[in-house]
Design a protein around this ligand. Structure first.
Ligand code: NDP
Ligand code: KAL
Length: 257
């Protein structure tokens, strides 16, 4: 059994800055000895991602621009990765987006356009990248996505993103069923609230964090490192019997009524 990720290569999608959950995953996998490949949505993020990756000692990362709404970009990205490294052993999908104005008030006001956009970027993209990554995962591997409790229950203001996360969760399970025969596992981490760029501008984020500190069984909020180490577990052989699963890394908040 291999707990070290030495000699393995992982694609990390969704680092925006040092607060990103994807960055927490990158640092955990780096510490375990993995080689990392980063993708970012647009060239606006090329410089910050490269600067961050440069802080990982001894890491010789590769970088690709990949907007997940663009099929051609996904195809080109993974074809290029195949050419550059040959085999990959896993992928972390840390990508979500919904229109800001649809993340408050009533879900009822969601537009068709906003609904499709949220589902396109936050759910369909997992299927699209899994399809493109499969030919590179010839030694088997592990795909991990990030979800949130708002896909299982109604959480105020999460609205269309909650419906997209429900779709992401089901997408993850269907992919796990398809890819299991290739030795590829697919799982989701349901993270508790973490202050990231995506969470910025959310009016009462402080009170959401306070509620976790007061009520969650562990009486603390979770960190990018907590999520990163669970992703490491899911990428490693320690989790070899787990697929199609949602692991809550949320201080136990989800068990409360
Ligand atoms: P970040 O804002 O750091 O990351 C969101 C990422 O989504 C960004 O890197 C952004 O890329 C990427 N993205 C958006 N649109 C596209 C696109 N079209 N193509 C490619 N990438 C795109 O926030 P988080 O780290 O919080 O979010 C990561 C994941 O974690 C998301 O799925 C989120 O729903 C989930 N999550 C977050 C929680 C939290 O409390 N923060 C809790 C539970 C789940 P770019 O910057 O290049 O535009
Ligand atoms: C109930 C919670 C409170 C927050 C409500 C909604 C949060 C939705 C997350 C979603 C991913 C946020 C956005 O799409 C923001 C976007 O409209 C504007 N931001 C950006 O464009 C920035 C620059 C880029 C980097 O962001 C993205 N996403 O591309 C949910 C909380 C408690 C937990 C969270 C934050 C969950 C989650 O899914 O992130």
């Amino acid at each position: 059994m291999n707990v070290s990720l030495e000699g393995r290569t992982y694609v990390i999608m969704g680092v925006a800055n040092k607060r990103s959950i994807a960055w927490g995953i990158a640092t955990s996998l780096h510490k375990a000895g993995a080689r990392l490949i980063f993708t970012y949505a647009s060239d606006r993020f090329e410089k910050p991602v490269k600067e961050l990756a440069a802080t990982l000692e001894g890491q010789d990362s590769l970088f690709y621009e990949c907007d997940v709404t663009d099929d051609e970009a996904i195809e080109t990205t993974f074809a290029q990765i195949k050419e550059d490294v040959g085999v990959i052993h896993g992928l972390a999908h840390c990508i979500a987006f919904a229109k800001k104005e649809e993340l408050k008030g009533e879900f009822l006001n969601t537009t068709r356009d906003g609904f499709l956009l949220a589902h396109n970027i936050s759910a369909y993209s997992l299927a699209a990248v899994a399809k493109a990554a499969r030919p590179l995962m010839t030694e088997g591997g592990s795909i991990v996505t990030l979800t949130y409790l708002g896909g299982e229950r109604v959480v105020e203001n999460y609205n269309v993103m909650g419906v997209a996360k429900a779709s992401l969760d089901a997408t993850m399970r269907y992919l796990a069923n398809d890819l299991g025969k290739d030795g590829i596992r697919v799982n989701a981490i349901s993270a508790g609230p973490i202050r990231t760029l995506s969470a910025k501008g959310v009016g009462d984020f402080n009170s959401i964090l306070k509620e976790i500190e007061e009520r969650a069984p562990l009486r603390r909020t979770v960190t990018q490192e907590d999520v990163g180490d669970t992703a490491y577990f899911l990428m490693s052989d320690l989790s070899r019997g787990i697929t199609g699963e949602i692991i809550h890394v949320d201080s136990g908040y989800n068990i409360l009524g």
